[in-house]
Design a protein around this ligand. Structure first.
Ligand SMILES: [Zn+2]
Length: 395
């Protein structure tokens, strides 16, 4: 069903997205020119990076064209015949969207961190990690969970840009428990301890992250049992994902070995009697499994345990950071940025890229969880079939 309404001289289209599942996508999107091109050799990798850089540049110039076109949208649409009109009850409208630069098809950074130690570029020192969080907060970034990212249920305030934090490898400097007075508490020096403290000072920043683990009870070594550690995370709003059983190079595995590498982590959670379904994978070394084999992870079983993944992330720096609702989002070739600075396409490079050079490329929220607002010129980028409960507004 399509509802159309004129509001303040600007055409508003409301599409009720009734197509398919409420869950995240279960098939890959072939629009990405990079799909299926694994980067085995360093020269191929370099070519891919160059192509991605070109695509970033191309997108920037398309963006500029779109900006120019937008100025005329209102005029052109005034003669359009409208077959169905309906009142839209809304507290906010196009003036607010324009004022805040709302763009809910814009880029969202998924940041790849590891632990808190002085070993760049994969780790961050405590001071640098706090510097990262402070920059994000001061520049309008707000933490969202992996689930909200995948399901497009983003409810950060209007004008804010969501950001997803991920941590690989199950390290104790990422998260561990300490015992104090007979109680298990988060280690305040761990990354999660630092997020907890930061969010206490800045409650509107949000407080969540996704931690990717192996199939060992030694994940997040410290006090407490494996069950207590993982339960603490889940009880405090964090999410768990799969980084393979043994940190394997998944690109070298056949179907059986791949399902075993992934399924053993699901088996661990079952052994621990945790009622928790992981839906995200991060590929060790950023090496993607064979494209056909990835599709077998969408819905399969390992030792009778149902496993069902909907997204797989590369290792940053990688690709344009389109959100899951974008037509060109490729769920099993999903991009992340390395939580680091200095290198092209590391997180601090993107901070400069978005906040100084191209703010129009960023995802900027309209503040409403169930409504997706996009500028008119981006309408065709929205993969409307993916989500069945969202309302789309165009301005
Ligand atoms: Zn790793």
């Amino acid at each position: 069903m399509i509802k159309i309404k004129w509001l303040h001289g600007i055409l508003i289209i409301v599409l009720l997205l009734t197509a398919c599942q409420s869950k995240v996508p279960t098939s890959t999107n072939n629009n990405s020119v990079h799909l299926g091109e694994e980067t085995e050799s360093s020269s191929e990798h370099k070519v891919e990076e160059e192509n991605e850089q070109k695509e970033i540049e191309q997108e920037e110039s398309e963006q500029e064209e779109n900006e120019e076109n937008r100025e005329h949208v209102g005029d052109e649409e005034t003669d359009t015949e409208i077959s169905e009109t309906e009142e839209i009850e809304s507290q906010i409208g196009p003036e607010d969207f324009l004022a805040h630069g709302v763009n809910e098809i814009g880029h969202i950074m998924v940041v790849m961190y590891h632990g808190i130690k002085d070993n760049p570029p994969y780790h961050r020192t405590k001071d640098d990690f706090i510097k990262d969080l402070t920059y994000m907060y001061d520049n309008g970034y707000r933490l969202i969970s992996m689930s909200d990212y995948l399901n497009q249920t983003i409810d950060v305030e209007i004008g804010m840009t969501p950001i997803v934090l991920t941590f690989d490898d199950g390290l104790s400097s990422t998260f561990s428990l300490i015992e104090e007075g007979g109680k298990l508490l988060v280690n305040p020096e761990s990354a999660i301890g630092l997020i907890e403290a930061f969010s206490k000072e800045h409650p509107d920043f949000g407080k969540t992250a996704t931690l990717f683990i192996h199939d060992t009870k030694a994940n997040f070594r410290g006090e407490g049992s494996a069950f207590e550690r993982l339960s603490w995370l889940i009880d405090h709003g964090y999410e768990i994902g799969n980084h393979s059983a043994t940190h394997a190079d998944l690109s070298k595995l056949d179907q059986q070995a791949l399902i075993k590498e992934i399924g053993q982590v699901d088996e661990l959670l079952l052994e621990l009697e945790m009622d928790y379904d992981m839906s995200a994978i991060t590929y060790p070394y950023g090496k993607r499994p064979n494209e056909t084999l990835i599709n077998n992870l969408i819905e399969t079983t390992y030792k009778g345990i149902g496993i069902d993944y909907s997204v797989g992330f590369r290792e940053g720096p990688s690709f344009i950071l389109r959100p899951p609702i974008h037509q060109k989002f490729s769920p099993f070739n999903a991009p992340r940025v390395r939580g680091s600075e200095g290198e092209v396409q590391d997180m601090w490079w993107f901070f400069n890229h978005y906040d100084n050079d191209h703010p129009e490329l960023k995802y900027v929220s309209d503040g409403r969880e169930d409504v997706v607002v996009v500028p008119q010129t981006y309408l065709e980028d929205v993969n409307a079939d993916k989500y069945d409960t969202l309302i789309l507004e165009v301005y």
